[in-house]
Design a protein around this ligand. Sequence first.
Ligand code: AMP
Length: 157
Amino acid sequence: MAAQYYHFGRHQISESEVFYTTQLSFALVNNRPVRPGHVLVCPKREVKRVADLTADETCDLWITAQKIGRQLESYHNASSLTFGIQDGPEAGQTVPHVHIHIIPRTAGDFENNDDDINDEIDLKEKQLKRRLDEEERQIRSLGEMAAEADEYRKLFQ
Ligand code: AMP
């Protein structure tokens, strides 16, 4: 049987990286997570901007993000979550396909955990430069990502 792929912008995402799907959304592990459990939730339809989503897609995307956030916060023994959307290139979006970043958060995980919403959302440009060495964020192997997705899939059975 032919392999099934999900489209995330120009990227073809194999089923092994996807750990949760609904009729309208899918969730995948991140190839450059900023923290353990940093995942992405996307609409199945490839649309660039939040404004392009239908009401049904918007509801489904956020309900999916809520469900995944709850499970991953617990799985990673975290105590908070960052939900983030970079909506358009000037907002820092690098993959032109709507996606919600979900990041389990723990006390002291970032040096400057201020309330500036731009700092919260624009993680790569701001928080990461402060705390994480780029070398720690190399693209991971497909095997490593598939193993992570396997673990998360169990949380939704
Ligand atoms: P943004 O900069 O908000 O558009 O976020 C793009 C996110 O997609 C980043 O967290 C990347 O690490 C992640 N990403 C890019 N390509 C892939 C891929 N092929 N598989 C998984 N995650 C990806």
